[in-house]
Design a binder for this molecule. Structure first.
Ligand SMILES: [Zn+2]
Length: 108
C-alpha cells in the first residue's frame, strides 16, 4: 500500500509537507498571521539553541507567557517542534493539547 499521503493546512487548506507527528500543523503563511486573543501579532521562536519555546509580540518584542494563539479566529497551540523550530496546531475546544508529550525530550 503505497498510498500517497497528502496533508493540508487546517486553516487555509494549502498543501503542506506531510508529517505523521504533526498531522494538523498550520502552514508558514498562517503561522505568520498568528495573533493573541486581542489581535496582536505574535512571533514564535526557540528559546535557545537547545530548544525551548518562546512567544513574543511582534510589535514590542514583549514575551507572552502562553502557547495559545489565534489564526483566522481558530484557537491554536504553538510549541517547540521535535526537530527544532516551532509548530502550531489548532486545538480542540474541549481538549487542549498538553505541552508535554510522552516522547518529548526532558529538559531542566
Ligand atoms: Zn495555512
Amino acid at each position: 500500500m503505497s498510498e500517497e499521503k497528502r496533508q493540508y493546512c487546517p486553516i487555509c487548506m494549502v498543501e503542506v509537507q506531510p508529517s505523521s507527528r504533526y498531522p494538523r500543523y498550520v502552514c508558514a503563511d498562517c503561522d505568520s498571521r498568528a495573533t493573541d486573543e486581542n489581535g496582536r501579532l505574535l512571533t514564535f521562536a526557540n528559546e535557545s539553541f537547545s530548544g525551548g519555546f518562546i512567544a513574543k509580540y511582534s510589535e514590542t518584542g514583549e514575551v507572552r507567557e502562553s502557547h495559545y494563539c489565534f489564526i483566522d479566529g481558530v484557537k491554536c497551540w504553538a510549541d517547540e517542534a521535535r526537530f527544532g523550530g516551532v509548530v502550531i496546531q489548532p486545538v480542540e475546544d474541549s481538549a487542549p493539547r498538553r505541552a508535554s508529550q510522552p516522547d518529548a525530550p526532558d529538559r531542566e
